[in-house]
Write a protein that binds this ligand. Structure first.
Ligand code: TYM
Length: 335
């Protein structure tokens, strides 16, 4: 039996990957899995993506792209169980079981749900949503509300101890911990281990070109596999403000590629010359991303690889999760 601690992480195939995904989550995955200290399960969160993406062709394409991306950034499919969430039915089965021990007000405190409620009910703060007319929440799917339960299942099925993610996922990992504790308490068992989030503090929130968190939904991203021209376009539109000594939004992104000492010298040298600083950032980005981009392009030419990797991942992830589900079914009395 493999006694290494388990690492679990996933990404939704909902849009082009950006450097926020890479520095916030993917780079840690590569580093942690290279160390060989963990048993890694890394997946495409396609069922989570269904909340916002309902186009079959796009789902297929983006799923393939995400698998290629995982490999292109440096994950070794021989060392990592790389799979699709939807290939492992235990995720949704366990999600349902968790639903039955979770109350509505608890899930209503989840950030993503509250943010959606806030959007719909401008005049009504989220904390008062329970007294709001339910009919106003028509745009909020049950899937969005329930999102954290599926995520708890993703993590707990594999006895994950370490979950590398960006800061925005922290609450979800806490919910997974609470849910593991609750299940163990309700069923007087020790079936689930308590997972820990693994967040790199320096890149917990990678800023976008407008200074807010880099995010597909804010349209402020620097693409991970963009061409030189795409990078140039994104960097040239970084919002600069001249109130301070240096262009903070440029500096904060640049900090991902250079040490503070090195960067401070560069920014001193080009004080006030934002164009020169942006041009250096484009070069740094391009140099850093080019090998991953080349690997990604190479994988596109070999479509069979994705199928093979997913097939092997499915087999392994099913075997491990099914063993856990047997314990769960016994604990709840359906087996
Ligand atoms: P997703 O697909 O939104 O994002 C994937 C990963 O990228 C990180 N990230 C960032 N980190 C730092 N700065 C940013 N600007 C930034 N933008 C994105 C996210 O924190 C995340 O780690 N719910 C998850 C997917 C998921 C999952 C799981 C993760 C489903 N089940 C189980 C871990 C374990 C999500 O929506 O990530």
């Amino acid at each position: 039996m493999d006694k290494k601690p388990v690492l679990v992480s996933g990404i939704k195939p909902t849009g082009d990957l950006h450097i926020g995904n890479y520095f916030g989550a993917m780079r840690q995955l590569v580093e942690l899995t290279k160390e060989g200290k963990y048993r890694p399960f890394i997946f495409v969160a396609d069922y989570h993506a269904l909340n916002t993406m309902q186009d079959a062709e796009e789902m297929r394409r983006r799923t393939r792209e995400l698998v290629m991306a995982y490999i292109a950034v440096g994950l070794d499919p021989k060392e990592v169980v790389l799979f699709k969430q939807s290939d492992v039915p235990a995720h949704t089965e366990l999600c349902w079981i968790f639903d039955t021990i979770t109350d509505m007000p608890y899930l209503a405190r989840a950030h993503a749900f509250k943010a959606e409620v806030d959007k719909l009910t401008d005049s009504m703060p989220a904390r008062r949503f329970l007294s709001a007319k339910l009919e106003q929440l028509t745009n909020i799917g049950v899937g969005l509300f329930n999102y954290p339960m599926l995520m708890a299942a993703d993590i707990l099925l594999y006895d994950a101890e370490v979950v590398p993610v960006g800061q925005d996922q922290k609450q979800h990992i806490e919910i997974a911990r609470d849910t593991a504790e609750k299940f163990n308490r309700v069923y007087k068992t020790e079936v689930f281990k308590l997972p820990e989030a693994h967040i790199m503090t320096d890149v917990a929130i990678v800023p976008g070109i407008d200074g807010r968190k880099m995010s597909k939904s804010y349209n402020n991203v620097i693409p991970l596999f963009g061409s030189h021209d795409d990078l140039k376009k994104a960097v040239m539109s970084i919002v600069t403000d001249s109130s301070g000594d240096r262009p903070e939004n440029v500096y904060r992104i640049h900090r991902l590629f250079r040490s503070e000492v090195n960067l401070d010298a560069l920014y001193d040298e080009h004080r006030g010359n934002y164009k020169a600083l942006k041009e250096t950032l484009i070069e740094d980005l391009d140099r850093y991303l080019a090998p991953m981009r080349a690997k990604y392009e190479e994988l596109k030419e070999n479509p069979d690889i994705v199928e093979e990797v997913l097939k092997a991942g499915k087999r392994e992830a099913r075997a491990v999760s099914e063993a856990k589900m047997e314990q769960v079914r016994k604990a709840i009395g359906v087996a």
